[in-house]
Write a protein that binds this ligand. Structure first.
Ligand SMILES: [Zn+2]
Length: 194
């Protein structure tokens, strides 16, 4: 799935637990970070028609979709988090949610499945793929992304924070305020919540 879908998945997942701002960010980013191995798409596209095309996407995409890299990410989460163990375990789970989503629906336009070499560099024998995998631009991914976006907005409206907090707390405050002004809480809610 696309990095946007992974990001929203990580955010919604992080919000299933009681975490602080920094810890939420770590768990969210753990769901996106495997795709840094896809950044090779930029030089590959730029050099596509040159005499020496760089095949960095073709060669390296999914190289970091591995158990080994998930442990690196977990170690980083452990080092940066205050709620250490909780954040580390959730970051590890979040990373694996990414892999699961890729197995579900990341088939390339040419039909290639992009199997996940989970045990690389220790072993190349295990390649995770699912026969029913749908395409990266399939309707399923559009629906999943739309649902996640809706949940993200609902959480922001309800809890008072959104992924914007990763950039700026002030901007996030303004975003939530706009959202709540646009969709005011019902009077009954106000009364119950005092
Ligand atoms: Zn991926």
């Amino acid at each position: 799935m696309s990095p946007v879908t992974h990001f929203l998945t990580g955010w919604v997942f992080a919000n299933c637990a009681k975490l602080e701002r920094r810890e939420r960010a770590l768990v969210t980013l753990a769901c996106v970070v495997p795709d840094i191995d896809g950044l090779g798409i930029i030089p590959e596209l730029l050099t596509r028609n040159s005499a020496h095309p760089l095949l960095w996407f073709t060669l390296y995409h999914h190289r970091l979709h591995t158990l080994a890299f998930s442990l690196v990410v977990a170690a980083v989460a452990f080092a940066l988090a205050r709620q250490r163990w909780k954040t580390t375990l959730l970051a590890l789970a979040s990373f694996h949610l990414h892999l699961f989503e890729d197995v579900l629906g990341s088939r390339g336009p040419d039909g290639y499945q992009w199997p996940i070499p989970y045990l690389t560099p220790f072993s190349h024998s295990l390649q995770l793929a699912w026969r029913g995998e749908w395409a990266l631009n399939a309707w399923q991914n559009v629906v999943i992304t739309a649902v996640l976006l809706f949940v993200t907005l609902w959480l922001a409206w309800r809890r008072g924070f959104s992924p914007v907090e990763m950039i700026s707390a002030k901007a996030d405050f303004a975003f939530v305020a706009t959202l709540r002004r646009r969709f005011p809480r019902r009077l009954r809610d106000e009364v119950v919540r005092g």
